[in-house]
Design a binder for this molecule. Sequence first.
Ligand SMILES: *Cc1c(COP(=O)(O)O)cnc(C)c1O
Length: 427
Amino acid sequence: MQPKIDLDFDQQHLWHPYTSMIEPLPCYPVSHADGVYIHLETGEKLIDGMSSWWSVIHGYNHPVLNTALHNQVDQMSHVMFGGLTHEPAVSLAKKLVAMTPSQLTKVFLADSGSVSVEVALKMALQYWMSRNEPHRNKFLTIEHGYHGDTFGAMSVCDPQNSMHSLYAGVLPQHLFAKAPQSRFEEAFDQSDLDDFAAKIQENKNQIAAVILEPIVQGAGGMRIYHPEFLRGVKQLCEQYQVLLICDEIATGFGRTGKLFACEHARIEPDILCLGKAMTGGYLSLAATLCTNEVAEVISQGQAGVLMHGPTFMGNPLACAVANASLSLLIDSSWQEQVCFIESCLKSELQPLREVSTVADIRVLGAIGVVEMRHTVDVKAIQRRFVEAGVWIRPFGKLIYIMPPYVITQSELSQLCKAIRDIVVNLE
Ligand SMILES: *Cc1c(COP(=O)(O)O)cnc(C)c1O
């Protein structure tokens, strides 16, 4: 029997993501999780619609991932990565090089998604320093992006609807182009690229890199845009010799129906950030991959090295579980699963288009988004979802799900039914 979770202490002493320490929203105590179910201490069993923020693609408490961790812990849990190396890291790098777009060959292992973004930004800056163009120190991105919570990452998040407006005086100023309006499944409006093209052209000598989330913008608004926009961005980056950083921390590893979202546009970035689903949601691990060219230029520069090296770089436990997670993914029929989830989400969320309080429905791969016309009351709606036996955490106007790939038809239907029932009753 597990000891009861001290919720009073939690409320008084523990920060949760983006919360007040005076008036925190209630937290539900979890005793364990298994497959697609999160079990609350109070006895409820919730179907998980969030994959714990995009990461738990194979479900909780997976025997293969558990075994990988058990085996690794008996070998070593950690050794420093400076001057030492090990099999879990080497195997993982091999897998990443093999599965990502072909020009990405060099791998930096970071401890979280935000850190992998910091590393990507530093790679781009060092690339231009090494090429004796240090004035190229701005980043160009698009509005509604999200790249993490550390300072460098915050500085390229959407300036309006992210928390980084709070830090406006502290953050470096970068360049923001209008986000594309053309929807994934509809015709592409060429004028979507006008603002981006103007900004890259006007600032071509100051821009180190373009950074964006390919196809799906996650925490900045759950927007799903047309692949032609990404192709246009890639073309302009080539034309003005600007590096392209794709942040696939949310979209990577099959979530959008392709292994990596940049494949929808058949383009390759110079630098790629990965994280979230990489360890199947078991441990924090991320990676920044780059091309030979980027790595060589950095290494030939005055510094001669990439100036980054976290304490827990290449952590063997995290690498071991990532290896197991990626093998599971590659050996599974993930593409069929994601395709089935997509068609199920499309048909089951479709009826909500008729509801007056619903502004939009968007689906791509294993991602389903219901955008409301008004901000939802998270506390109230959260309770209703829990009562309906599902775990869904809305933010702003968005009620969205990205379930584990292993979810069954009936579990997915229950998730969607809960959304339909609750959204209809919000009117
Ligand atoms: C979650 C996320 C990050 C940040 O990753 P953390 O592991 O939370 O630091 C960065 N970029 C994108 C697109 C993300 O979805």
